[in-house]
Design a protein around this ligand. Structure first.
Ligand code: GDP
Length: 470
């Protein structure tokens, strides 16, 4: 049960037709933060982890030589759920231990939301502990230090010595008496964020990745040249990043972007006819590798089915989107008029995307591309706090309740934003919500919170009717 008295296990995911969707990890729904526990073997890590577990779960004893990789448990304290990642898996010989534990710390820093370093107070800070502490001092997530085996007052004094690890105040616990573990959990939950931080794709750092896509001859090569040439700022190297030779680094409006898979565009390799299938594979690979897609459409011609295919690829991939109408220099009054109608007819499903009219030939409005990319990525990254979301939702539902179905009015009990990139919302309800109402909720979400340039995902979990137990 979480703080609202909801048990996510009671809910099932249903799609727009009311079919039960399977294969959904309930933790993905109520995204919970992760605490990684690191430390040398035999410092009392397992005892501690056992005390923190929400439900009883046997933790294998630390048998030397037994390699357990990361093990993740469900933690629960004062009604708050979190994941407990025990980075076990050490080598029995002490020689490699220092590097190994340091490695654990690195892993923890990359994948968790907070780290707990466990040190044996009866032994004091060993060189291994110091090596790990050195790694953890660089962390940009909270790090707590816990001193175990503090079983009498003399040891409490020794605990103070652990300040020298440079990780703040050591929190003493006694595995034997369980003393102090409540305080430790309070301290952990104080620093643990409400929701997990995002780690996107491989790397997750460095310049943001852009896919420049569109049907052949819309002007992709020309635009890439304009964007990079004009500003004389094709960056070849950014400190700490290696650039795949097929990518291009381009600076726009003070931000560097990685345009993925542009080798073909740079070399102006022309696609032979009959190669559409491969062109489409490439397009989808580029979109998958990117965070935001820049879709080029030839404004001088009617919007083609191929344009729509590219747009739906982007929408389905969940990437952010900016639409560029290129060759605007060729657009006259008449064409502009037709275009307005085509937009309403053909681009309705991506009307949340920002559109910029550009000309790769004359350079018209190309300076607007960078800011549009930034806005789309910002929407894509946005997280609405749960409290604010639910406040808004309860007002919405009060004003416009979901339509009655089969004589019953479905209740929406709670909503959460389970993920960003793209923003993904989950509604917990007592009954089926039909597609029309889902679309209404999405439209209102956008009216309230924006999300221009980003797709939004909305899923519904319906409380399962369980047979009443006698
Ligand atoms: P790609 O296949 O998408 O890379 O398209 P290219 O960049 O090779 O451009 C195809 C043709 O359109 C070339 O002849 C370009 O000169 C022309 N072109 C590209 N952008 C513009 C533009 O903004 N205005 C005009 N008039 N022609 C353009």
């Amino acid at each position: 049960m979480d703080r609202l008295g909801l048990d996510p296990g009671e809910f099932v995911a249903v799609d727009e037709e009311g079919r039960v969707a399977s294969g959904i990890d309930p933790d993905e729904v109520l995204a919970v933060p992760t605490l990684a526990v690191v430390g040398r073997p035999n410092v009392g890590k397992s005892t501690l982890v056992n005390r923190m577990l929400g439900r009883r779960e046997a933790v294998v004893q630390d048998v030397p030589g037994v390699t357990r990789d990361r093990v993740v448990y469900d933690g629960l304290w004062n009604g708050r759920r979190f994941k407990l990642m025990d980075t076990g898996g050490w080598e029995p010989d002490a020689a490699g231990l220092q590097g190994f534990v340091a490695q654990q710390a690195e892993t923890a820093m990359r994948s968790a939301d907070a780290v707990l370093l466990v040190v044996d107070a009866s032994v004091g800070a060993t060189t291994t502990d110091q090596a790990v502490a050195r790694v953890l001092r660089r962390a940009d997530i909270p790090v707590l230090l816990c001193a175990t085996k503090v079983d009498d007052d003399r040891l409490t004094a020794d605990t103070a010595e652990l300040w020298k690890l440079g990780l703040g105040e050591p929190i003493p616990v006694s595995g034997l008496h369980g003393r102090g573990s409540g305080d430790l959990l309070d301290a952990i939950l104080d620093v643990l964020p409400e929701t997990p931080r995002e780690t996107f794709g491989p790397g997750g750092e460095g310049p943001r990745r852009v896919a420049l896509v569109g049907k052949p001859n819309v002007g992709k090569s020309s635009l890439l040249n304009k964007l990079s040439g004009e500003q004389r700022s094709v960056v070849h190297d950014v400190a700490g990043t290696t650039v795949d030779p097929v990518d291009s680094l381009v600076e726009l409006d003070g931000h560097t972007y990685r345009f993925v898979d542009t080798a073909g565009l740079r070399k102006r390799v022309k696609m032979a006819s009959g190669m559409e299938y491969y062109a489409s594979l490439r397009t989808s690979a580029a979109i998958d590798a990117a965070e935001v897609a820049l879709v080029l459409i030839d404004a001088s011609e009617p919007i083609a089915e191929q344009d729509q295919r590219v747009l739906s690829m982007v929408a389905e991939s969940g990437r952010a989107l900016v639409i560029l109408f290129n060759k605007w220099d060729l657009v006259d009054e008449e064409r502009r008029y037709q275009m307005t109608r085509e937009l309403e007819r053909d681009l309705i499903s991506v009307r949340w995307a920002e559109r910029v009219n550009v000309s790769a030939l004359t350079g018209r409005s190309v300076q607007r591309v960078g800011p549009a990319l930034e806005r789309a990525l910002e929407s894509w990254d946005t997280r609405i706090p749960t409290g604010r979301l639910n406040q808004w939702l309860s007002d919405l539902v009060a004003a416009t309740p979901p339509p009655v179905r089969g004589g019953k009015q479905p209740k929406i009990m709670f909503a959460t934003q389970a993920a960003t990139r793209p923003p993904t919302f989950v509604l917990f309800t007592s009954g089926f919500l039909e597609a029309g109402y889902r679309r209404f909720v999405e439209r209102k979400l956008r009216e309230e919170f924006g999300f221009a340039g980003s797709p939004i995902r909305l899923s519904v979990r319906v409380r399962e009717k369980r047979p009443r137990k006698k």
